[in-house]
Ligand binder design. Structure first.
Ligand SMILES: Nc1ncnc2c1ncn2[C@@H]1O[C@H](COP(=O)(O)OP(=O)(O)OP(=O)(O)O)[C@@H](O)[C@H]1O
Ligand SMILES: Cc1ncsc1CCO
Ligand SMILES: [Mg+2]
Length: 264
């Protein structure tokens, strides 16, 4: 039976955000070549520390030291896949959470098989757009390269199923974001369509999800809070910008200035 999820309470988001500000984490990002700088800047603006340690011989060592890790397969190639597998194994051994961003999973064979393999390695969370989440859960989807052609609400049943089968919290983003553990879900609204006219807002969000997941607490609430932080700052930035170029700087400023009270 389909149940409509509740909106993430502001008090819950504020509590997760306060926890984050008290203990800003160190995040290992194995992400795509397109979004490295935006991802690092988004984490830094929030007060967290990013590091992109990619060499296979170092990635495992670093994932043990970092508080959490992002695995984003946007520009996957064999050497990067090797680093990712080594880093995930080490993170799992050290009890460090990692987040999967299944960029463009669906029609592309190599990355889809790789993402399916990663699903069995116990990600703490998975964050993707509707087409990616539907494809990862085995449903037909209509992604257009890295972009979604599907609606996030249509992907919610797939997200719930994926959460149950993988044990991860699943966030499916778009006009509205849905965050689920397979049994309970939160809705996060806000954001702006301009967020899709700058590359990497979703990829950076996945890094922020990794940062929130690295703290002690309720993981469903933490993933939803990461989504709310980004959607709220997206809205704030749009009010102060005139297009994609000025959006990026206004967005980083909004993340930097964000206070727990803003999330209430
Ligand atoms: N039409 C929209 N209106 C409001 N917010 C949106 C809209 N589309 C996306 N967002 C927001 O933009 C952010 C990125 O989500 P999106 O689903 O576009 O990720 P994505 O497709 O993986 O992006 P990318 O691959 O470019 O990094 C989220 O915070 C989401 O809520
Ligand atoms: C544009 C693009 N191509 C591969 S990864 C990426 C970043 C958005 O997901
Ligand atoms: Mg994406």
């Amino acid at each position: 039976m389909f149940t409509r999820p509740d909106v993430l309470p502001g008090t819950c988001a504020a509590a997760c955000f306060n926890q984050f500000k008290r203990h800003p984490p160190l995040i290992h990002c194995l992400t795509n070549e397109v979004v490295q700088e935006l991802t690092a800047n988004v984490l830094l603006a929030l007060g967290a520390s990013p590091a992109m340690v990619v060499e296979p011989a170092e990635a495992a060592q670093f994932s043990r030291l970092a508080d959490g890790m992002l695995i984003n397969i946007g520009t996957l190639h064999s050497a990067r896949a090797e680093s990712m597998l080594a880093a995930i194994e080490a993170a799992n051994q050290a009890g460090k959470p990692w987040v999967l961003d299944p960029v463009a999973v669906g029609g592309l064979v190599y990355r889809t098989a790789f993402a399916q393999r990663l699903l069995m390695m116990r990600p703490a969370a998975i964050r993707g757009n509707a087409s990616e989440i539907m494809a990862l859960s085995g449903l037909p989807a209509s992604g257009r390269g890295v972009d979604s052609n599907d609606d996030s609400l249509a992907a919610l049943p797939a997200a719930r199923e994926l959460a149950r089968s993988s044990g991860a919290i699943v966030a499916v983003t778009g006009v509205v974001d849905y965050i689920t553990d397979g049994e309970r879900d939160w809705v996060v609204t806000g954001g702006d369509i301009l967020m899709t006219r700058v590359v990497g807002t979703g990829c950076a969000l996945s890094a922020v999800v990794a940062a929130f997941c690295s703290l002690p607490g309720e993981r469903l609430d933490q993933v939803a809070t990461a989504c709310r932080v980004m959607s709220l700052c997206g809205e704030k930035a749009v009010a102060r910008c005139s297009g994609p170029g000025s959006f990026t700087s206004a967005f980083l400023d909004a993340l930097y200035q964000l206070k727990a009270e803003d999330l209430q």
